[in-house]
Design a binder for this molecule. Structure first.
Ligand SMILES: O=c1[nH]cnc2c1ncn2[C@H]1C[C@H](O)[C@@H](CO)O1
Ligand SMILES: [Zn+2]
Length: 350
């Protein structure tokens, strides 16, 4: 049956994941070990019991509720060793889903409770990704996140530290957190610095607030990609601008449903975005918070929207086009992925 064929095929399909948070990707078994190593008490000492502390349920009502899950996990991510390990494991988890390239993002300022500097946090995450790249063959880039609820001073520190790692593991900077309470125009000064330092910018926008935030991110914060952008459909002029500039949207379907960025699957705009010619990419956001993985994201889309195999391949290759990567590396990645897709037995690449 075509249905089963697609499901099995989706696991083997080479993929990329451009929007994945480190602190939203920690395995419960890793938390168990880190808690023992670090002498931190846990509410329960088995994997299944930890899951409710880390993952949102169907009742999740908003982005704020979704974000509350991160406090639990970041407590165990305050040492260089833990950051390196978790980054390494993320590369391993990506390889299990035949992800060939992953961009892992994290907020350095959330990992300093035990005295690490911003640069040290970046160093350890980059090291973990490099070890993962060697052992699992997954190419990787790191994105440093500024948080909406942090001061300009603290966010500027992140941007300046990230700039030192450009070409050495860091590929971009981002802005995350509570979008509804902290509009993007408050961060012009912070992202003016990334412009001066020449670091690419992606911004979470149009997730928990309207399309005007996408406009602000693109026109005043220098965003060349948008995290989510689900609510872009609310303004056709802004949608047209994003389309004309070929600004990729890093969509994360399961997360977007859980945070109530849209009311439900019937309102999820992915098909219309593709038909309107937007550069849509599919990503996980937070596998351990959302209870998902990259294969599952494609599986749900294929079930909910009836995407054909060539359409799913198009979504994957949009991700390659959108990657924060040198053109020469991108060409290599594209060729490798096209060869593998071809070997899956179909003339899917038009
Ligand atoms: O989908 C998201 N929107 C806004 N902020 C987010 C999302 N997923 C994770 N974050 C926040 C919570 C994490 O602690 C932080 C750094 O990864 O980024
Ligand atoms: Zn995100």
């Amino acid at each position: 049956m075509a249905y089963n064929r697609t499901h099995d095929w989706l696991t083997r399909l080479p993929k990329v994941d451009l929007h994945l948070h480190l602190d939203g990707s920690v395995k419960p078994e890793t938390i168990l070990e880190l808690a023992l190593d670090q002498g931190i008490d846990l509410p329960v000492y088995n994997k299944e019991g930890l899951i409710p502390h880390m993952r949102v349920g169907d009742e999740c009502g908003s982005l704020i509720e979704y974000l509350s899950k991160f406090d639990f996990t970041t407590r165990f991510m305050q040492s260089g060793e833990a950051l390196e390990r978790i980054a390494y494991e993320v590369a391993g988890q990506s390889a299990e889903h035949n992800c060939k390239y992953v961009e892992v993002r994290f907020a350095p300022q959330l990992h300093r409770n035990n005295g690490l500097t911003v640069e040290e946090t970046i160093h350890y995450v980059v090291e973990g990704m490099k070890r993962g790249q060697r052992d699992f063959g997954v190419r990787a880039g790191v994105i440093a996140i500024c948080m909406r609820n942090h001061s300009s001073e603290s966010n500027l520190e992140v941007i300046r530290a990230a700039a030192k790692f450009v070409g050495k593991g860091v590929v971009a900077v981002d802005l995350a957190g509570d979008e509804a309470s902290y509009p993007p125009e408050w961060f012009r000064e912070v992202f003016a610095e990334s412009g001066r330092l020449g670091i690419p910018v992606t911004i979470h926008a149009g997730e928990a607030a309207g399309a005007v935030n996408v406009y602000e991110a693109v026109t005043n914060l220098g965003a060349v990609r948008i995290g989510h952008g689900v609510r872009l459909k609310e303004n056709s002029d802004i949608l047209e601008l994003v389309k004309e500039r070929r600004i990729p949207l890093e969509m994360c379907p399961i997360s977007n449903i859980q945070t109530k960025a849209v009311s439900g699957w019937e309102a999820y705009p992915i098909r219309e975005y593709l038909e309107q010619g937007l550069l849509v990419t599919i990503n996980t956001d937070n596998p351990s918070v959302s209870g998902t993985d990259i294969t599952n994201e494609y599986r749900v889309l294929s079930d909910r929207f009836g995407f054909t195999e060539p359409e799913l391949v198009r979504l994957v290759m949009n991700g390659v086009e959108a990657a924060f990567m040198d053109e020469s590396d991108k060409l290599l990645l594209r060729r490798e992925m096209e060869a593998e897709i071809h070997s899956l037995g179909m003339g899917l690449l038009s």
